[in-house]
Design a protein around this ligand. Structure first.
Ligand code: GLU
Length: 613
């Protein structure tokens, strides 16, 4: 076998990067279009520059070509300042000032809608109004406030191209005309020249294709920057921003764009295009030559190719909710790992349908929870339902709302709901608690096995059984010694010494040499792997450390759950006894084989539950 060296790994290239490379090569050959020059300084851009960047929602950023060349953001600032206005002034104030209908006019048209308000925040009238609103809230600090917010979207501090700012400021009379029109209609309350200064400066903020990709990915990620992890804006502001990008983001090409490409986007006359596909990715491209609509020619090509090649149109989606349940069983099929006494075993066997366990996987969405609720309704109603969420990757608000409603439904039938696999410190837990406010039938245990054990205990109590932490009087109940005569058991007991343990004390440590075996006489202990996975809970009448008969080193820890006593028998004394009494020795080894076989059957059932189609 050849061993792979680090260099061989490095040679493996993600296909998405190969695709972006190929796009770059293909569209670099495209030289049509013209560099914008109505802002004179923009005319100086190098028409050959071409950079593409794609940011994923796990925070990876692909870059191809001139992805680090700075250029001015121009109209791509509009969505971000709109989101900022929504979060700063409140939706009502902003939505009263600016409409959300496509205008059908050019971006710089000097026209308002029938109410004398801007058509939407993606045309200049709407964007200038947004800058005015920020000025209303932040006064002379307005521009810095905007610059810092855009920096949080990009994940780094952004600078300004003073030359482009001055150039636009000295030639931007058309935008001033829009400003005065807004002011005379009382949409703008601030001094027009001061608002325009903010607007021109925000358009002159410098970004790279990489920055734009990260900013777009933040939009695609409900406002959480996937690279820095910062929640930059509220999900409300982000979803409304994506809405106006969808209907009006690409100048008078917006309808065609969303029809063909199906990804919310915004372009700027500086040559940038940003595209944000919700829950998937953010794309940034830079190439200064524009088509007749004002969109970057190569940028359009890249977005169209990406959408077509991977079938990314946002309205071309489907999902199968049936994959959300990985295992659905009751305690008859897979009980907890607690050793049970005969009367407990009997009650649990009779009422095995009382506890149902549903192990979930993937995201908890509207469709998934709806499907789960129908699976619950399809079988006899249990008294306890355990939802194991440890493999749930994410929860949507709709999913959690529906789940809380399902809890309510179960409560009405006196079914107790138990959650496992979700930490109380997690955001998911907070979300569930928020939605399930006032519910009294909800319990939680982080470990699934603890949850099952708790539910089993309740079933035992309900059916008159007691879970007493009884003491065994001798070793006669021990399955490992089954079939031995009273005197043989006595001889074995005489080999050892009685030990007492405090609650929490470690009795056996994984990795230590196996020098003895134990018979639990009172109390409860548990066996767990060094990583914390609980393998079994043992009560009086069972043995532990008995693997010493087969293994030289301990493979698991044993800890006392409460004060406990056990008879510890040194392995060498036990071995000497076995040699002297080969028939007894053989019986004990057969018993051990029997116990291991039972454990194997339980383990196989678990594997089966998790892998069954
Ligand atoms: N600052 C530019 C303007 O208002 C932005 C235009 C654009 O990128 O669409 O004219």
């Amino acid at each position: 076998m050849n061993h792979l060296r680090a260099k061989d790994w490095a040679a493996l290239k993600p296909p998405l990067l190969r695709f972006l490379d190929a796009c770059h090569a293909d569209f670099a050959a495209e030289t049509g279009g013209n560099v914008a020059d109505y802002i004179p300084e923009l005319g100086k851009a190098d028409p050959d520059h071409f950079g593409i960047s794609l940011a994923t929602l796990d925070g990876h950023v692909y870059e191809v070509g001139d992805s680090r060349i700075p250029f001015t953001i121009q109209s791509m600032s509009k969505p971000f300042v709109f989101a900022l206005a929504l979060d700063t002034l409140g939706a009502a104030r902003v939505e009263n000032a600016i409409g959300v209908e496509p205008s059908g006019d050019p971006f710089n048209s000097i026209r308002l809608n029938a109410d004398n308000h801007p058509f939407n925040p993606m045309v200049n009238a709407g964007a200038i109004t947004c800058s005015g609103l920020i000025r209303e809230a932040k006064g002379d600090g307005a521009f810095e406030y905007i610059r810092s917010a855009l920096g949080r979207f990009a994940g780094r501090e952004l600078g300004v191209d003073e030359a482009v700012f001055t150039s636009e400021s000295t030639t931007g009379d058309r935008n001033r005309a829009i400003g005065y029109l807004l002011r005379t209609n009382s949409v703008l309350k601030e001094d027009v020249s001061k608002v325009l200064e903010v607007y021109f400066r925000q358009c002159a903020i410098l970004v790279t294709a990489r920055d734009i990709a990260v900013m777009a990915a933040t939009l695609a990620n409900r406002g959480k920057n996937p690279v820095t992890g910062e929640q930059v804006m509220t999900p409300y502001a982000i979803s409304r921003t994506l809405s106006v990008m969808t209907s009006s983001g690409m100048y008078d090409y917006a309808g065609e764009w969303i029809y063909r490409v199906g990804i919310p986007a915004k372009s700027g006359v500086g040559g940038g295009i940003l595209a944000a596909l919700p829950a998937r990715l953010g794309l940034g491209s830079y190439s200064p030559k524009l088509d007749s609509h004002g969109n970057s020619v190569r940028g359009i090509g890249v977005c169209e190719a990406l959408s077509a090649h991977y079938d990314l149109h946002m309205l071309n989606r489907s999902d199968d909710a049936r994959n959300s349940i990985i295992a659905d069983y009751n305690i008859g099929k897979s009980p907890s790992r607690r050793s049970r006494r005969p009367h407990e075993r009997h009650i649990l066997a009779t009422h095995h349908q009382a506890v149902r366990i549903i192990e979930l996987v993937g995201p908890l969405t509207f469709s998934n929870v709806d499907y789960i609720s129908r699976q619950l309704a399809a079988k006899p109603r249990p008294q306890f339902v355990i939802f194991d969420l440890r493999r749930v990757a994410a929860m949507t608000r709709a999913g959690v709302r529906l789940l809380a409603e399902e809890f309510q439904e179960l409560a009405a039938f006196n079914v107790t709901v138990i959650l496992s696999g979700v930490r109380r410190s997690s955001a998911d837990w907070k979300l569930i608690k928020e939605q399930a406010k006032g519910l009294t039938n909800l319990r939680d245990f982080y470990l699934l096995d603890t949850a099952i054990e708790w539910a089993e205990d309740q079933v035992v109590y309900r059916h008159g059984g007691a879970i007493d932490f009884h003491e065994t009087t001798g070793l006669s109940e021990q399955p490992l010694l089954a079939g031995l005569s009273a005197s043989e058991i006595e001889e074995i007991a005489a080999l050892g010494a009685m030990r007492s343990y405090r609650s929490g004390e470690r009795i056996v440590a994984a990795g230590d040499p196996s020098t003895s075996l134990f018979f639990l006489v009172s109390g409860v202990v548990h066996v767990s792997l060094p990583d914390g996975v609980r393998l079994a809970t043992l009560t009086a009448g069972t043995a532990f450390g008995e693997m010493a008969l087969l293994e030289t080193y301990r493979t698991a820890d044993v800890l006392a759950d409460m004060s406990a006593t056990a008879l510890e028998i040194p392995l060498d004394a036990f071995e000497r006894y076995r040699e002297k009494h080969p028939r007894v020795g053989e019986r004990i080894m057969r018993n051990l084989a029997q116990l291991l076989a039972e454990r194997l059957i339980v383990a196989n059932t678990k594997v089966d539950l998790l892998t069954a189609p």
